[in-house]
Design a protein around this ligand. Structure first.
Ligand SMILES: *[C@@H]1O[C@H](CO)[C@@H](O)[C@H](O)[C@H]1NC(C)=O
Length: 527
């Protein structure tokens, strides 16, 4: 990967953050590319065997339909909800229970300060055809806060959909804006939600390793709620393999750096439904923030901002009439099928190849809104990152595989972790130490002398610490033989007071071993 950076904020000192990164990341990346190479079958996406037709738009009284001969996307007009997605002769690969649950929607969780919080599916009020050619159709479904009832989120929202000739899927981005002087507001989540059809999509894939058949949503309804509503013990299950297992959407979270591809597979007919996020620039929290991916429903998400795993620090707060504008996406919804019929791995590998193509194409040059900057309107920063730590080496050393990012300058070096308003541009330094353009940037490690002691590895991961076995009553069998994923099991926090019933753990430097004697999470004591 080339060390090319998109220049956003003139804050080169921010490059220092990169040194927080770890060789561990390199090991992980190598693992995942090895997996790609090992996979065998090369699938033929149906999009490549159907001759490409031009893109056709039909708009009616309450819907707009875009057809490129591969997919047909139907949107409510002017609401801008995904009503249907036709593919491979299936009229709708999405679930639809109108008016409450469309197959695809954008929502905002928000309230005025002091309010209890509510989630609003943003409804468009104005339909505009932005582009209509043989090659591409772009549609806008917008709403203006000033012209809306005052109990709606104080944002102007523009939902944009793009269908291109020869592309097996569609692109979707959303522009949100609040103008100067608008009322105080807290927003704790912005996301797109997709609901693949329940009767078809039963196999979920969120990474090379985490792919599995999933329980039915009904199993959750008949199960026993655990400590929070998302975690359910499946006391009855349509498929016996899920009986007495825990289902919890948080078990399938991935760090944003690993969030680019996720989706669901239908076995009959064999179809993959994928959500591709080609960039992290519009997702809040930086590369190591975990976010939800897909979960029992079936549901597939494109998360943009959220308080997941951080809490109130990541509420998007606006006070004193502060203005804001941000473009979320474009995200791609990609559909594939295999000719002849093949296995899950082939669909996943094909979707992964598509994801890599989208990443290569970023920033896109086909997005009509002036708020989305194409490559020609962006600058770049490149350089070589060195770490000067005299204790480890007399001369500065290359910071191999460090994550380097640009974000809004904050008051601390880790402000990017909590920034929800700006964009973030991340890259990883080349593990081979290739030539770089701008010259060296040296991070001087803060040192008063040699390290006397440390517990664990300062790499933003708790993987090296002690992760207890789950309570046998609350297991998700899928993770049992996966040591790296053990931390995902439900209720591990309750093991801490069992291990240390009277007082907190004591770690003796030089005697204790962090793999056994340091609990992987700082948990609350249940009283
Ligand atoms: C610490 O414990 C782990 C796990 O039991 C073990 O593999 C490792 O060798 C131990 N380290 C030391 C320094 O004893």
């Amino acid at each position: 990967m080339e060390g090319k950076l998109i220049w956003w904020s003139p804050s080169p000192s921010w490059l220092m953050l990169s040194t927080l990164c770890l060789l561990l990341c390199a090991a992980q990346l190598q693992t995942s590319s090895a997996t790609v190479a090992a996979a065998g079958t090369v699938p033929i996406p149906a999009g490549n065997v159907v001759p490409s037709a031009g893109v056709k738009l039909t708009s009616g009284k309450d819907e707009a339909m875009i057809d490129n001969g591969i997919i047909q996307l139907t949107l409510t007009n002017p609401g801008g909800f995904v009503r249907a997605l036709k593919y491979q002769g299936v009229e709708n690969v999405l679930e639809t229970h109108e008016p409450d649950d469309f197959g695809g929607y954008f929502d905002v969780s928000w309230d005025h300060p002091g309010g209890e919080g509510k989630t609003e599916q943003v409804v468009g009020t104005k339909f505009t055809v932005i582009t209509e050619t043989e090659d591409q159709v772009e549609l806008s479904f917008s709403s203006s806060w000033a012209a809306s009832p005052k109990d709606l989120v104080p944002l102007n929202v523009d939902k944009r959909f793009i269908v291109q000739k020869g592309v097996s899927g569609f692109y979707w981005y959303v522009i949100v804006e609040r103008l100067k002087g608008w009322p105080d507001v807290n927003m704790d989540q912005h996301r797109m939600v997709f609901r693949p059809k329940i009767t078809m999509f039963k196999y979920m894939a969120v990474s090379d390793e985490i792919q599995k058949m999933m329980p039915a949503y009904k199993d959750r309804e008949t199960g026993e709620k655990l400590a929070y509503p998302e975690a359910v013990l499946l006391t009855t299950a349509i498929e016996p393999e899920f009986k007495d297992q825990v289902d919890d959407k948080y078990q399938y979270s991935m760090e944003i750096k690993d969030h680019k591809l996720k989706g669901w597979i239908s076995d009959d007919p064999k179809i993959g439904f994928w959500v591709i996020s080609p960039s992290e620039e519009y997702i809040a929290g930086g590369p190591n923030k975990p976010e939800l991916t897909c979960h029992c429903g079936p549901i597939c998400l494109a998360m943009f901002t959220s308080v997941h795993y951080s809490g109130l620090d990541m509420v998007t707060e606006y006070r004193n009439g502060e203005p804001w504008k941000k473009v979320f996406g474009p995200v791609m919804v990609y559909l594939n099928s295999i000719v002849p019929s093949n296995d899950h791995a082939a669909l996943w590998q094909d979707a992964k190849a598509q994801m890599e193509k989208e990443v290569q194409n970023w920033p896109y040059n086909f997005v009509a809104s002036a708020d989305y900057l194409p490559a020609a309107k962006r600058g770049s920063v490149s350089g070589q990152l060195l770490v000067d730590d005299k204790v480890l080496s007399p001369t500065p050393k290359e910071a191999c595989t460090a994550y380097v990012g640009l974000a809004l300058p904050g008051t601390t070096e880790v402000a990017f972790q909590f920034d929800v308003k700006g964009y973030q541009f991340w890259t990883q330094t080349d593990p081979k130490g290739n030539e770089v353009k701008l010259g060296p940037v040296t991070y001087k490690a803060p040192r008063n002398g040699p390290t006397l002691w440390e517990i664990g590895i300062p790499d933003r991961s708790a993987a090296e610490f002690f992760v207890p076995d789950p309570d046998p009553k609350f297991v998700n069998k899928f993770f049992v033989d996966k040591p790296n994923d053990k931390y995902r099991q439900y209720g591990l926090w309750l093991r801490y007071p069992e291990l240390y019933p009277k007082s907190d753990l004591v770690f003796d430097i030089g005697v204790s071993n962090y793999s056994k004697d340091w609990f992987f999470a700082h948990v609350l004591r249940y009283v």
